[in-house]
Write a protein that binds this ligand. Sequence first.
Ligand code: DQA
Length: 147
Amino acid sequence: MKKIEIINGPNLNLLGLREPEVYGHRSFDGYLEQLRRQYPDVEIGYYQSNHEGDLIDRIQAVGFEADGIVLNAGAYTHTSIALHDAIKAVPAPTVEVHISNVHQREEFRHKSFISAACRGVICGFGLDSYRLAVEALSPNPPAGDER
Ligand code: DQA
């Protein structure tokens, strides 16, 4: 069974409560159950922290054994060179995700310090951004897919 780790950064523990007009009404726990049902052949781990160093520790802890990391670094996306370095330090490919389309929002959200270290970026599809990232990292592509 292949392993993908979803890592959520600061304030994403408040999904469902936090600015629902931007991030929706759904809690991440409920969404995660659905995602695990949708990908029964993938072991989907989950970690959330509001602290930058904890996110780095988690990337280091899983990044040598996981098949991929799905990272929503929240606001640290726009500030953290240390997260950029952690992503580069481990062999697992990381997909950067955002629930909102950060490019439609304030200018300070247009710059990502982590994109250049990531395999790719998915943003603006609501919680479905996470599924699209799992799909991109999926070790079981659909028949006929030559990725
Ligand atoms: C976010 C976008 C970030 O700019 C913001 O700081 C977040 C959430 C998103 O998922 O849309 O906390 O990463």
